[in-house]
Design a protein around this ligand. Structure first.
Ligand SMILES: Nc1nc2c(c(=O)[nH]1)N(C=O)[C@@H](CNc1ccc(C(=O)N[C@@H](CCC(=O)O)C(=O)O)cc1)CN2
Ligand SMILES: Nc1ncnc2c1ncn2[C@@H]1O[C@H](COP(=O)(O)OP(=O)(O)OP(=O)(O)O)[C@@H](O)[C@H]1O
Length: 224
């Protein structure tokens, strides 16, 4: 009997499919005009802060606002600097990831002007300040997840380290302690459902921000 088209592929084949898709997504991302990237980054910042304004249960004015677990976008990723600055201005705590051995993430506080250094493990910038376990961040309201693309089923493909899959697997969606997590991509990186190859360890996202706003997976349109 021939395998059904929906039968799961061997892991090595999925890995090769992901590597191919990553290559073409990186090329397409690098080919976006800088002005387009900048416009979309500004619109992404508005999309995230609009969403928080609608959904966050804000404590009294005197209390600190919750923490947003964000990241520092590195060219040609969406530039998250305008977003991080606005979150800080609004009084949110902002934390960004630090790459640790074994593809683990720790977290460190970000504020405008904090000293940054290039990670020894990945081509990203990280604040030099004290590192915290995620569990020690105060009151995290949202995890913003970097991605090269997200499909309309909520499947994400990232840079290939598996950092976020490992991290999110510690607080899987549906568990009582799961913190909301939403992807961040350029418009062209929101793909038809099924276009992102998946492995069992991939952590799905319940939604994704583009420059057009938040798309929740339940409302991402008909299956393709
Ligand atoms: N801004 C940002 N920070 C992040 C992530 C991210 O995706 N974006 N990560 C998300 O997990 C972690 C870092 N992981 C990364 C792993 C690899 C590459 C990367 O670009 N690697 C190679 C490509 C190698 C190849 O061609 O296969 C490179 O040097 O270009 C980037 C980030 C934590 N911090
Ligand atoms: N929970 C996990 N435990 C062990 N290995 C894992 C886990 N999650 C992912 N991996 C492994 O990490 C590698 C990279 O995973 P994947 O291709 O999904 O990366 P990615 O999501 O694109 O990267 P990133 O999260 O760093 O942006 C794969 O070999 C995958 O099997």
């Amino acid at each position: 009997m021939s395998p059904s088209p929906r039968a799961s592929k061997p892991p090595a084949e999925v890995g090769a499919d992901k590597a191919r898709l990553r290559r073409s997504l990186r090329q397409a991302r690098a080919a976006l005009a800088p002005a387009d990237r900048q416009d979309q980054s500004a619109a992404l910042a508005r999309a995230v802060t609009d969403h928080l304004g609608r959904t966050a249960v804000l404590p009294a004015d005197t209390a600190p606002r919750p923490t947003i677990a964000a990241y520092l976008g590195v060219d040609p990723e969406p530039d998250t600097a305008p977003l991080l600055e606005e979150l800080h201005r609004l009084g949110y705590g902002v934390a960004v990831p630090v790459c640790e051995p074994g593809y683990q993430l720790s977290w460190t506080a970000w504020a405008p002007g904090v000293p940054l250094q290039r990670s020894v493990r990945a081509p990203v910038l990280e604040p030099t300040g004290p590192r915290l376990a995620f569990e020690d961040l105060p009151d995290v309201a949202l995890i913003l997840v970097p991605a090269l693309a997200v499909d309309r089923a909520g499947h994400r493909i990232g840079q290939g380290g598996g950092y976020y899959d490992r991290f999110l697997a510690r607080h899987p969606l549906g568990h009582a302690d799961a913190v909301p997590r939403l992807g961040v991509v350029y418009r062209s990186e929101l793909l038809p459902a099924g276009d992102v190859p998946t492995e069992p360890c991939d952590q799905p996202l319940p939604g994704v921000f583009t420059a057009d706003g938040l798309l929740e997976v339940g409302s991402l349109g008909p299956p393709v």
